[in-house]
Design a protein around this ligand. Structure first.
Ligand code: NAD
Length: 439
């Protein structure tokens, strides 16, 4: 299929600043990882932008360049990092506390990590309940705090000589809430900021500040954040890419691998029970029912969309799907996720599948952060704005245009992502039809 995109991609010249609300386990593992790769201490395993290839043309053309050679992505050497947190720990101290990476590796990265001194956060304990810290913007209205974030962003840009910036939320999961009147328009939102409307979550103040500064914004947590009309409008009107939400890493990643396979073979499913134990700060925050509800929503949504019980009622309409998360400190970041899947086959005969994924949460999330940063910067240089659905590949709860159901199948998401990259470079899209090989 031929495409006639007229996309012009501006070159990736100069420094790309990566601004992160939340200097915790995921963000420090990401930053330390980039610094380790830059120094030749480790490999960027799990990163599509660093290791992935893309086929161009026909299978017989044998033309499969690396993605980062096909497109002008920012180089790791050109990334500079900054962020906000409610705790004052610098990037090295936060990485040591997170206990994800081994101390001998971290010791070799102490110099670049220590340079990351979290800026004062916009925080509200009504939205994140089980932690509290001193490094916060305490005075003034939410509008003053938004202005404070905008000043932080512009100072960071200037001090580090950045030509471009990207912001990615790696902060704690905020409590579940729904869009309200204050989220419906820029006017209502700005009035709400000025009068401290309790319906505005801190993460939304960051997203607003990012939009005002023209900085692409990705949301790694399941919070509502940018999934509200005001931010969608700002992203479109100000030509800023946005995407989210909730990194697709451990258990949900497995779900979106397996469920499309069962459906492809027309196998039925009566139950999927998922439970997790984890002992990091994220697990602690998720003990709060409000924060857990945000997570539960994105974790539960995937099966319904993949299995389409409305099209296949006999196979999937009675599916019982439950997700549990328990805080269990001894495990730290090394989460254990169990799944029990009850499926049925020919003539309705039942079978069971058990999965026990002994994973490492932040090790799975860090390469996703890197890819999202590089792709969001690319999207902006390619003139793309608003929701970047082609980045659904990275999320449990992909943002889509209002009224459009999200695509959760990992392989469809990957095809969409790679076809978008081909489209950006005016290459033929790959449909896998392949009939012409047999003419
Ligand atoms: N690791 C994974 O596999 C994974 C997958 C999907 C989503 N997530 C989400 O990513 C986020 C980060 O996870 P983590 O393991 O690094 O958690 P973490 O608790 O180690 O780090 C989060 C940090 O955010 C800070 N924070 C909270 N509210 C803030 C605010 N308003 N402004 C600035 N900083 C704030 C906290 O103080 C903490 O240091 C969580 O929301 C988590 O649910 C993680």
């Amino acid at each position: 299929m031929s495409t006639q995109s007229s996309v012009r991609i501006a070159p990736a010249d100069g420094k790309l600043g990566v601004l992160i609300p939340g200097i915790g386990a995921v963000s420090t593992t990401f930053i330390a990882g980039v610094e380790a790769v830059k120094r030749g201490l480790a490999q960027p395993v799990g990163s599509l932008t660093q290791l992935g290839t893309i086929r161009l043309g026909k299978r017989t053309d044998n033309n499969t360049p690396k993605i980062n050679e096909f497109l002008p992505l920012a180089k790791l050497e050109d990334l500079v990092f900054g962020g906000w947190d409610i705790f004052e720990d610098n990037g090295f101290e936060a990485a040591v506390n997170a206990k994800v990476l081994d101390r001998p590796l971290l010791d070799q990265l102490e110099e670049p990590l220590s340079k990351i001194k979290p800026m004062k956060a916009v925080f509200d304990s009504a939205y994140v309940k089980r932690i509290n810290g001193p490094n916060v913007k305490a005075d003034g209205t939410l509008m003053d705090k938004a202005q404070g974030l905008i000043a932080d962003i512009e100072n960071f840009r200037k001090d580090n000589g950045c030509t471009r910036l990207v912001m990615i939320w790696c902060g704690s999961t905020e409590v579940f809430h729904k869009p309200g009147a204050v989220h419906q328009s820029l006017e209502a939102f700005e009035a709400g900021l000025a009068k401290n409307d309790p319906d505005i979550a801190p993460s939304q103040v960051y997203a607003y500040a990012a939009m005002k500064c023209g900085v692409p914004f990705a949301n790694g947590a399941p919070n509502l954040t940018s999934d509200i009309p005001v931010i969608l409008d700002m992203a479109r009107d100000l030509n800023v890419p946005i995407c989210g939400k909730d990194f697709k890493t451990g258990q949900t990643f497995m779900k979106t691998l397996l469920a499309p396979g069962f459906k492809a073979r027309m196998l039925g499913m009566s139950g999927w029970f998922s439970t997790n134990i984890l002992g990091n700060r994220d697990g602690d925050v998720l003990e709060d029912p409000g924060s857990f509800k945000s997570k539960e929503e994105t974790k539960l949504s995937v099966l319904e969309q993949i299995l389409q019980p409305n099209l296949y009622p006999m196979l999937y309409k009675d599916l019982y799907h439950a997700v549990r998360i328990n805080y269990y400190p001894p495990r730290g970041d090394a989460k254990e996720g169990w799944d029990n899947i009850d499926i049925f086959g020919w003539l309705g005969y039942p079978m069971q599948i058990k999965i026990d994924f002994l994973c490492r949460d932040s090790i799975l999330a860090a390469p996703l952060v890197l890819d999202l940063v590089l792709f969001m910067d690319l999207a902006q240089r390619a003139g793309m704005r608003g929701i970047q659905e082609w980045l659904s590949f990275y999320f449990k709860g992909p943002m889509t245009a209002p009224g459009l159901y999200p695509e959760h199948d990992l392989f469809i998401q990957l095809m969409k992502l790679k076809n978008t990259l081909r489209w950006m470079k005016n290459e033929d899209l790959i449909t896998h039809l392949g009939l012409d090989y047999y003419d």
